[in-house]
Design a binder for this molecule. Structure first.
Ligand code: SAM
Length: 472
């Protein structure tokens, strides 16, 4: 049977989509190749959020095609995911030897299309059409029941976004919001827990809007069974948003230890979600709130739907509900029209809020988005300079947060050997900080306490022995 190699660009949603496609192909008898050179099929799962990510994937494909041609290799190559969706046939016009272009609502068709291409039944396939219920098709996982079983898994709960931020291409790449049913999601989570998973991260482009567009009660209990064939029935509670109802349903799963979610929208942190942090112990004390800008003028131009005061208020409430909660954010610098004064508002809000970490993005024009044609585009050197200044501030504030952990005992879930240094093992605190310690295979999958001894860049170094010695 043929072998496949999938290279993923972009976010955790893309990682999850790649995993689901790989699992689907493995179930059909494909093997996973160790490298692209050794593969019969190479798929690039692409990202469109910034131009840089698109150019990287296009250059990669050009190199793949060049190598395959010079080595006279008969390799099937394809684009899938966000850029495949937004550019479609245009990719074939630029790179005519590409065999497959698979959109974001077509991941579940990968095996069928690759079979046709490998058998020579079709020479080239482009499919980016919308498909009803495709949001429920990202379901299969690569867990294999061996010692390599993951302790942490991602579960896709919804697709698309209706927020239409003026800078963002996501509505064009992922479509309108569509959510899976609670029973279907709970069944997938139960299967994962039965296979050894202890931590689940619920995924979507705007998870806090989960289920908002699916109104009927029938949606709550339609399709989807769990391993025992029972349908967990979750009565609709008008006072709770569907997302909080979903958190409650997942929280009930026996054996599941930790729940996280990403990516939310600040507007979605209503009182019921803040309250969920206070009353659902499995919901980890970490929250990602994409700020984008600290200037109300910019927030309005971005179509974000909140002010800096409202944003700071949500953080105050979250910290009151769960003291010690880890808070991270996304910020865009150099959005059209951003003045030095606007940028300083972002710096001042960062100083006031003290994020644990911030992902900083230089604004990137995305075609067909309103911001791309706004006046007063900020020059590239100014975007670069603001990026550096903000990075320095974020790193200084984060280092202080990390240093505060020295001497403290924290619970970690051990994921496996560190990628950079196999002699060390890596785990994650409940507030989502990476901890490295001298561990072994026996620690994998364990929830254990470590004492933090020192810090590095966005890393804590722990000592499990010290805790064991001091235990009664
Ligand atoms: N749910 C998130 C939100 O509330 O905005 C969106 C997640 S988006 C896939 C990840 C991040 O990419 C955004 O939060 C934003 O900071 C960044 N981003 C999106 N479009 C961008 C653009 N045109 N230029 C630079 N950064 C962008």
């Amino acid at each position: 049977m043929p072998s496949v190699f999938i290279k993923t660009y972009g976010c955790q949603m893309n990682e999850r989509d790649s995993e689901a496609v790989a699992a689907q192909l493995v179930a059909k008898g494909y093997s996973l190749a160790a490298s692209e050179a050794a593969a019969d099929v190479v798929l690039l799962n692409t990202c469109s959020v910034r131009d840089f990510a698109e150019q990287k994937a296009i250059n990669k494909m050009r190199n793949l095609l060049g190598t395959a041609r010079s080595e006279k290799r008969d390799q099937i190559v394809g684009f899938m995911g966000c850029m495949a969706q937004s550019r479609g046939r245009e990719l074939i016009d630029r790179l005519p030897d590409v065999d497959l272009v698979l959109g974001t609502q077509k991941f579940h068709r990968a095996a069928e299309y690759l079979d046709e291409l490998l058998a020579g039944k079709r020479r080239q396939i482009v499919d980016i059409a919308a498909e009803a219920k495709s949001e429920a098709a990202i379901r299969e996982h690569l867990l294999n029941g061996s010692a390599k079983t993951s302790v942490s898994a991602f579960v896709s709960i919804m697709q698309g976004c209706n927020q239409h931020c003026t800078f963002c291409i996501v509505p064009a790449t992922r479509g309108a919001e569509r959510s899976r049913t609670i029973p279907d999601i709970v069944a997938e989570c139960r299967e994962l827990v039965a296979r050894g998973v202890k931590e689940i991260t619920l995924l979507g482009q705007i998870v806090t809007s989960y289920g908002r567009r699916e109104k009927s009660d029938a949606w709550q209990v339609s399709a989807g069974t769990n391993l025992t064939g029972e349908l967990p029935t979750v009565p609709r509670q008008p006072s709770l948003t569907p997302f909080v109802q979903l958190l409650e349903a997942v929280h009930e799963i026996e054996g599941l230890e930790r729940i996280r979610f990403t990516s939310p929208h600040p507007k979605g942190y209503g009182d019921d979600l803040v309250d969920a942090y206070a009353r659902l112990p499995k919901l980890c004390e970490c929250a990602h709130l994409p700020l984008q800008s600290g200037s109300d003028r910019m927030l309005k131009l971005m179509h974000r739907g909140y002010t800096r005061e409202k944003f700071a208020g949500i953080i105050r409430k979250l910290r009151a509900a769960r003291p010690g909660i880890g808070i991270t954010t996304d910020i865009i610098v150099g959005f059209p029209g951003e003045t030095e004064e606007d940028f300083e508002q972002t710096l001042s809000l960062c100083r006031a809020v003290e994020f644990d970490n911030a992902y900083i993005f230089k604004y990137s024009e995305r075609r067909d988005t309103p911001a791309a044609t706004m006046p007063d585009q900020v020059s590239v050197p100014v975007r670069e300079e603001r990026n550096q200044r903000l990075l320095e501030l974020v790193n200084t504030l984060a280092a202080r947060k990390y240093d505060a952990f020295i001497g403290r005992q924290v619970q970690i879930l051990v994921e496996g050997p560190s990628r950079k240094n196999a002699a060390r093992f890596t785990g994650r605190t409940r507030c989502n900080k990476i901890v490295l310690f001298d561990g072994g295979e026996r620690h994998r999958g364990q929830l254990m306490d470590v004492r933090i001894e020192r810090t590095g860049s966005f890393t804590l170094y722990g000592d499990p022995a010290v805790v064991n010695l001091s235990s009664p």
